[in-house]
Design a protein around this ligand. Structure first.
Ligand code: PRX
Length: 644
């Protein structure tokens, strides 16, 4: 984006306030190299990773869409994140700065991290965890969670991190699908002044042989609360670590060996086990972290994401550590003990690069600019956003009140499946356009297709796709090849279907508009409508349920459920409360419906498909769209009458 072009909306393009010759040159060089030869670009980037044995073929598409990258290359993720920094002064550099909710903090240098990770790797080995086994991690944000992830990768085991806000049932489902052998959890966690019962939830998931694959449970002491420990199964982390050996040889892995599993919501009730492999993921994440955040050796970087999500994996753990960065991890919430928690942390550690989500920015906006205004944020030099479309108002607020008109904002689009950021501006762009994710990252080919699979013209909307494979792409869905093929590769031949809608503006920049499948994005958390529906219909009063995401000022989308009741049951406030609680217990608080509407019927097409679009229009109070395919148009009128 070299020249000033016309602004598409109410906001003018913003002249990148931190533009300098260095970042400009970097952006130009990266784009030129990738444009000339995409594979040569990734080959060049792969040199930033330490290989035991160099790969001999960069890319293989002979079994498309099962793509392979860096064939025959041998490496280890943990070695790349830690060991290779130990031979330089970085050994004593802070790798992780932990800021606890109680105000406690802990700094782990690369040497410290080496010691802790090696010991835990030996502990896991001692418990019988082998290469290829799966270890589940269910924890709040504490350094031990990161140590656990790295310890797994050191011995070639796959980690499967389950977000600490998920319920016991959700944890159980994920453990059973992945057949995890060991579970690493904590006695509890802190959030908004309360303790979160992690071990209690884990016990519920494991009760009555609920997770037959789990042999041992390792429990980190965080809150010190009294928790029952089952003899022979439950072991204290601290006791195991006391006796553990200090060195553990990293396992030599093939570039295409699995690195981790991460469960994410899809359009059916069952969460998808997204599988990432070692070589491509490390190259993709190393490269994007380095160039999108313009990471410089002395920077302090802070990503507010939770390790339970992909952002936590790629840009809190792997990306920063691969680059030898100093990265802040925080426990708790942005508004506890006060609404300036973030800005105290920025001030305290002199954070330079700050990566967060639009939902947080909108919340911060609501709390008012007096909170950031009272803190010294002068260390900040680059801001970034991820998780959902950032509305231009929130972009401008972030730019003015947090970046103080000095920091560029990188609006990064990507997904659990993509492993790495795919669409984003670069710090070397002359102008930034508030609200637009903008451009494919060099070496990535994202596009917007119409129904026929043709690129849309400027000004048009369509499906956000990726037309060429990229290194950090998922390799499959665990135990579900069929779903891998049908979800991502069926609609357009040879192109990856993201499930998002997007438009190209008049200048061809990409604006991501949000999910266009049955997935809801609530506060940047991805939840499948089908998962919530199947929880609701477990209630004896419920005959049928349809769940939709309606626009929400803070959360981006909020969950609305339309429910039909079985004969003999009546809708009431008590039933609404019961149903909401049922969803929380089945999935977690993040899936709690905002509203539940009782209706005598659900609007369906003649072929019996629930017309969610109509329900969304009703919930948002919009004029109804086309209802001609509706089986019984009277249904819609009756729902509208009730809630219109
Ligand atoms: O809808 C898109 C939205 O988040 C979805 C991916 O969710 P998840 O796999 O949980 O990963 C979230 C963090 C990468 C996408 O399909 N999304 C993510 N980033 C953006 C976004 N929507 C618009 N703009 C973004 N920058």
């Amino acid at each position: 984006m070299e020249d000033k072009k016309k602004a598409p909306g109410i906001y003018e393009d913003v002249l990148n306030p931190a533009l300098n010759e260095r970042v400009k040159k970097t952006a130009e060089e990266l784009r030129a190299l990738a444009a000339q030869d995409r594979e040569a670009f990734w080959a060049e980037m792969s040199k930033n990773i330490s290989w035991y044995k160099e790969w001999n073929k960069i890319f293989d598409d002979s079994k498309a869409p099962y793509y392979k990258w860096f064939l025959d290359g041998k490496l280890n993720a943990c070695y790349n994140c830690i060991d290779r920094h130990l031979s330089s002064w970085r050994r004593n550099k802070a790798a992780i700065i932990f800021e606890g909710e109680l105000g406690d903090s802990r700094v782990l240098t690369y040497q410290d991290l080496y010691r802790e990770v090696n010991k835990l790797a030996n502990v896991l080995k001692g418990l019988g965890v082998k290469r290829g086994d799966v270890v589940a991690i269910y924890s709040q944000m504490i350094p031990e969670a990161v140590i656990a992830m790295l310890a797994c990768t050191r011995i070639g085991a796959l980690h499967s991190v389950v977000f600490g806000g998920f319920s016991a049932t959700a944890l159980q489902e994920r453990i059973n699908d992945s057949k995890s052998k060991v579970l690493i959890t904590a006695d509890g966690g802190y959030r908004r002044g309360k303790t979160v019962p992690m071990k209690e939830n884990a016990d519920k998931a494991l009760a009555d042989n609920g997770c037959p694959s789990i042999e041992k449970v390792i429990v980190v002491k965080r809150t010190g609360q009294d928790v029952p420990m089952e003899p022979g199964r439950d072991l204290w982390y601290s006791e195991l670590m006391e006796e553990a050996e200090l060195h553990c040889e990293p396992e030599v892995m093939d570039a295409e060996d699995p690195l981790f599993l991460l469960y994410s919501s899809g359009t059916t009730g069952k969460p998808k086990g997204i599988l990432h492999t070692v070589g491509g993921y490390l190259v993709g994440v190393h490269t994007t972290f380095k160039y999108i955040f313009d990471y410089q050796e002395e920077d302090v970087y802070w990503c507010t994401a939770d390790i339970g999500w992909i952002t936590g994996h790629s840009y809190l753990v792997y990306g920063p550590l691969l680059n030898g960065a100093t990265s802040v991890i925080f426990e708790g919430a942005p508004d506890f003990p006060a609404q300036d928690r973030y800005w105290r942390i920025v001030e305290k550690y002199g954070v330079n690069i700050f990566y967060t989500a639009p939902t947080v920015i909108r919340m911060l906006m609501r709390w008012g600019e007096q909170w950031p205004a009272s803190r010294d944020l002068s260390s900040l030099r680059l801001l970034a956003s991820v998780g959902e479309p950032i509305n231009p108002e929130a972009w401008m607020w972030f730019y003015k009140h947090i970046g103080r008109e000095r920091c560029p904002i990188m609006d990064t689009w990507w997904q659990s499946e993509t492993g790495m950021i795919l669409v984003t501006p670069l710090p070397g762009d002359t102008y930034l356009r508030p609200g637009a994710a903008s451009w494919s990252f060099p070496g990535v080919e994202a596009d917007v297709f119409n129904e026929k699979g043709e690129p849309v013209k400027p000004g048009e909307e369509g499906f956000l796709v990726v037309t060429k494979p990229w290194p950090a792409m998922l390799r499959t869905l665990y135990n579900d090849e069929e779903r891998y093929l049908s979800t991502y590769w069926q609609q357009f031949k040879g192109a990856y279907l993201s499930g998002d809608g997007a438009k190209r503006d008049e200048d061809n920049l990409i604006w991501v508009t949000g999910r266009i499948d049955d997935v809801i994005n609530v506060s940047g958390h991805r939840i499948g409508t089908a998962e919530i529906e199947s929880s609701l219909i477990e209630h004896k009063a419920v005959a049928e349920a349809a769940v939709i995401g309606k626009k929400h000022e803070l959360k981006g989308q909020a969950i609305s459920a339309f429910v039909t009741l079985r004969d003999g049951f009546d809708g009431s406030d008590e039933l609404i409360a019961e149903l909401k609680q049922l969803v929380v217990s089945k999935i977690g608080a993040l899936a709690r419906p905002e509203d539940i509407y009782f209706t005598s019927e659900l609007p369906k097409t003649r072929s019996g498909k629930i017309m969610r679009r109509l329900l969304r229009d009703i919930a948002e109070g919009k004029v109804l769209g086309d209802t001609t395919t509706l089986m019984d148009p009277a249904v819609i009128n009756s729902i509208k009458k009730q809630y219109g």
